[in-house]
Design a protein around this ligand. Structure first.
Ligand code: AMP
Length: 316
């Protein structure tokens, strides 16, 4: 569907967290994290973002100034009485799997999102990984978004499944990882799991597969991107949200969901995921030159493009 140029910011709602992360390469304690923070760190490289969330009295909000400097409006982040959302995780040797050691909702437990009047006209909305009940409340307050993209995780598939399945009817793009989409659909085959999701609402399903890349399932076509090959992967936390930031950020900037833009958005998503994993927390996004991003996109093209054989191969 062609659309007019997008003159509104992306509205992003998600967790604004403190994370303690342990990987085979080191440890970081109570560093900036959360779905909204990773998403915004990546998406603002493409398009302005308005963020809604809540933090506790312990959150170093000034450390998010780098986001404001490049087009994030953080005035929708409330400060609640109590502790910020806290997540602790430990990664295994191959960094592809992790154990959640602790999730403390803190001020998120009583959070009721209030979307400021100036945020309600957003045409692109990203519902970051939070309770699906809150994701519904956000959509109730937005006027008429054209593109609602949504992420979730096993914690909510287990704990808030009915609200999540209902939410799908209001979502155009579901961004989810492979293990989670299998769990949500109750279906081990990825293609069938994506079709199950589409039957419940979203026309587009993006399935993230960690370092193995991501797949986009549209109604009658699909597209695959690998993960960007890196020699040093340090901390995979937030790769999925950074992917979503690159993907939605690029689409919001392009203003349209035509297949050509969707394919390119997948590449920008994968490139943003690659920056998330190179340092703890959002460190790599702080001074990321745009030329560096374009260099990675060009390398991506080199490692994935090939020429098809001219003529018939059989019989030679
Ligand atoms: P990802 O590695 O892309 O899955 O995202 C990890 C981020 O999600 C971390 O920064 C956590 O703070 C945040 N997170 C972890 N569990 C939850 C949850 N149950 N709800 C919302 N955010 C979460």
């Amino acid at each position: 569907m062609p659309m007019r140029a997008n003159d509104t910011s992306i509205l992003c709602v998600g967790s604004v967290a403190l994370d303690s992360v342990e990987t085979p390469f080191g440890k970081a304690e109570r560093v900036l994290g959360g779905s909204a923070v990773y998403f915004t760190a990546a998406a603002t490289l493409f398009h302005p973002v308005q963020v809604v969330g809540v933090v506790g009295s312990d959150y170093p909000l000034a450390d998010l100034d780098f986001l404001t400097q490049r087009g994030a409006d953080l005035s929708g982040i409330e400060r609640g009485d109590g502790e910020s959302f806290f997540w602790a995780g430990r990664y295994h040797f191959d960094l592809n799997s992790r154990d959640t050691l602790e999730t403390r909702l803190g001020v998120f437990a009583d959070f009721q999102p209030k979307i400021p009047a100036s945020f309600r006209k957003a045409r692109f909305v990203f519902l970051g990984n939070i309770d699906p009940v809150l994701q519904h409340e956000v959509l109730d307050q937005v006027e008429s978004p054209e593109v609602v993209a949504c992420d979730t995780m096993n914690y909510w598939i287990d704990g808030s499944r009915d609200a999540l399945v209902d939410l799908l009817a209001r979502v155009r793009i579901l961004i989810i990882n492979d293990e989670e989409v299998r769990q949500l659909a109750g279906e081990p085959n990825l293609l069938k799991a994506a079709r199950w999701v589409q039957a419940h609402g979203p026309e587009l399903v993006v399935v993230k597969k960690g370092e193995h890349g991501a797949m986009l399932f549209a109604k009658d076509w699909l597209f695959f991107v690998p993960g960007f090959p890196l020699e040093s992967v340090f901390d995979p936390t937030g790769a999925g949200d950074a992917f979503a930031g690159g993907f939605v950020g690029y689409l919001a900037r392009a203003g349209s969901l035509v297949p050509e833009y969707l394919r390119r958005a997948m590449v920008y998503g994968s490139v943003m995921g690659s920056y998330a994993v190179e340092e703890f927390s959002v460190g790599r996004f702080i001074d990321l030159p745009k030329a560096d991003i374009e260099r990675r996109v060009a390398q991506f093209r080199e490692i994935t493009a090939f020429e098809t054989h001219v003529g018939t191969f059989a019989g030679r």
